[in-house]
Design a binder for this molecule. Structure first.
Ligand code: SF4
Ligand code: SF4
Length: 402
């Protein structure tokens, strides 16, 4: 049994070969074959075995055939199938990871970009392959003080888990600096792990490599034990998901909040600071992890609408029906794999939807989306017409004193 199968069994009581032994397993077998999952999947047309067929094959004792196909390489963990299933089958949380993790063992070769990201995460604690010693460098250009716990280990209210895309990607660093400014404006008592932080491990868990995910979870839990804090505030929705749903499988029981909900709760504290009018037409992209999986649909919109001047318009797929950016489940490192098979990137589709609204800003709340959408804007030839901005950046712009 793979290590993650053991963790899933511990959390949900599910293994593929003993589905009748647990409530969640029996729920999987209660599938009525309605096909909603396949119909709602943004890559369903490219899958030989979408979730509905996987369950058929499981029931027929033919799951080895599914393991041998690359259907679940197309799965970007967007939670669309799970959220629509009339039987409440936890497809994205339970069934698909179990199948994916068996698929990898049988693939003739792991897609090279994904392989590199996995190797980098093992070696450096981040998929970018950056030196762990550079993780906190961005704080040197922040305009507010940022406490690093290794230097100042006093107890703190909010331990801010920054994650790798904000720590290393140049545009992510812009968002990290903006987030720090918003926390400062809230009067928050916050601190970061700095160079002690490594990626939380979500994509390892939900894409391919259970051993990597578990090594990262073990590491992060050992570091967190060194410090006293009341909550972890997480900027990356994928990491937020990891802390909320994966880490408890390993005994983690701290309070976890996303940056969006943390700021939204104290919105009144910063509202007086939102003085500068931003005359933008904005459309908001729902992150799959924040939106569909955690139902944070209104909070990000209310933050945007608190900014004077902003006019909010919706894309054709919004909230529960939002279209994934294609970055989850390892999709961040599968663009070349998809392209070679003639599959259009979901980020390109999403940017077209944003352009159709006439918006001049595509607002986001997930660091994966910055690089994906900024690239898709270039591909669409829409540079100068549509800008990609994190909600934290827009809040800081409205402070008007940058
Ligand atoms: S949506 Fe649920 S019930 Fe319908 S086919 Fe898919 S797994 Fe089965
Ligand atoms: S999680 Fe999303 S991408 Fe994966 S099978 Fe379900 S609908 Fe398709």
């Amino acid at each position: 049994m793979l290590a993650t199968e053991e963790a899933v069994e511990q959390m949900w009581g599910v293994t593929l070969d003993r589905l009748y032994d647990s409530e969640e397993g029996r729920r999987i077998l209660s599938c009525i074959q309605c096909g909603t999952c396949a119909g709602t999947c943004p890559h369903g047309e490219h899958m030989q075995y979408p979730p509905r067929r996987i369950i058929t094959m499981l029931k027929a004792g033919l799951i080895e055939e599914v393991f041998a196909s690359d259907s679940l390489v197309m799965c970007v963990n967007c939670y669309a199938c799970q959220s629509k299933c009339p039987r409440n089958i936890r497809l994205t949380e339970i069934l698909l990871p179990l199948v994916k993790e068996q698929t990898i063992v049988r693939l003739p070769q792991m897609p090279p970009e994904l392989q590199k990201a996995v190797e980098n995460s093992y070696r450096y604690g981040n998929s970018q392959g950056e030196s762990a010693r550079k993780r906190a460098l961005w704080t040197k250009t922040a305009t507010v003080p940022i406490r690093i716990l290794a230097d100042d280990p006093r107890p703190v209210d909010a331990l801010w888990f920054v994650e790798s895309d904000l720590a290393f990607h140049p545009r992510g660093q812009d968002v990290a600096r903006a987030t720090a400014r918003v926390f400062d404006a809230l009067g928050a008592d916050f601190a970061i792990l700095g160079n002690e932080e490594r990626t939380a491990g979500d994509c390892g868990r939900l894409s391919w490599e259970p051993g990597l995910s578990e090594a990262l979870i073990d590491y992060t839990m050992s570091i967190l034990k060194k410090y006293e804090f009341r909550r972890i505030v997480v900027s990356d929705p994928h990491a937020f998901d990891a802390f909320k749903y994966r880490y408890p499988m390993f005994g983690f029981d701290e309070t976890v909040e996303s940056t969006v909900s943390y700021v939204h709760r104290d919105l009144e504290k910063i509202r007086p600071r939102l003085k500068k009018r931003l005359e933008y037409t904005v459309t908001y992209h729902d992150s799959c992890c924040l939106g569909r999986h955690n139902k944070l649909f209104e909070e990000p919109r209310e933050l945007l609408l608190a900014i004077p001047g902003i006019r909010l318009v919706e894309m054709v797929h919004t909230r529960e029906n939002g279209l994934c950016c294609g970055g989850g489940g390892g999709g961040m490192w599968l663009d070349t794999y998809y392209k070679a098979r003639g599959i259009e990137r979901l980020s390109d589709r999403r940017v077209r939807e944003a352009l159709d609204t006439g918006a001049d800003v595509l607002a986001i709340a997930c660091p994966y989306e910055i690089s994906r959408f900024e690239d898709a804007v270039k591909v669409a030839g829409a540079e100068g017409r549509l800008r990609v901005r994190d909600i934290m950046e827009l809040l800081v712009e409205s402070f008007g004193d940058a």
